[in-house]
Write a protein that binds this ligand. Structure first.
Ligand code: FES
Length: 159
């Protein structure tokens, strides 16, 4: 998927974000969130600016990013589908559900369908453990998901 921002725009915006957050205690996570908010993902060109601003190595910034599943390194599709992979949902069959979704969408975790419609992301507890398995599509929660529920959920976006 092509990146819709120039490297200069990414560097300038990231520099402003780093400056605005630099005095915070533990500024890295707020900065990464703000960069993702600005671009919809954390572009590669943002990493050296963040690293330099916080006196960290690029590897350290990258390590934090990959530890937290919330951060994207690529632009998301028009719809973001988050499927819970935490314990209660696993006990209620979320892995099989996710496998079906992956086959149906033709993508793996963190992938985006070739038409740019849907990005599939794992999430670790949506707070609906008693009604698992659960998922969230564009911020809307879906509980006790079964095949019919998946059809209904994806039907709304034409998938
Ligand atoms: S474990 Fe899936 S919603 Fe809590």
């Amino acid at each position: 998927m092509s990146v819709p921002f120039s490297a200069d725009a990414v560097r300038a915006t990231t520099h402003d974000i780093v400056t605005a957050h630099a005095s915070l205690e533990g500024p890295l996570l707020p900065i990464l969130h703000a960069v993702q908010e600005a671009f919809g993902f954390v572009p590669q060109d943002a990493l050296p600016v963040i690293a330099q601003g916080l006196n960290l190595s690029r590897a350290e910034v990258h390590g934090v990013m990959s530890f937290y599943h919330d951060f994207r390194t690529e632009p998301a599709g028009r719809h973001v589908l988050k499927v819970c992979r935490a314990e209660a949902c696993q006990a209620m069959g979320t892995n099989a559900l996710a496998d079906k979704l992956k086959r149906r969408l033709g993508i793996d975790w963190h992938g985006t369908t070739s038409d740019g419609a849907v990005t599939l992301e794992p999430v670790y507890c949506l707070g609906l453990c008693a009604q698992s398995p659960a998922a969230m599509l564009d911020g809307e929660l879906f509980a006790r998901l079964d095949d019919d529920g998946v059809d209904e959920m994806l039907g709304g976006i034409g998938k």
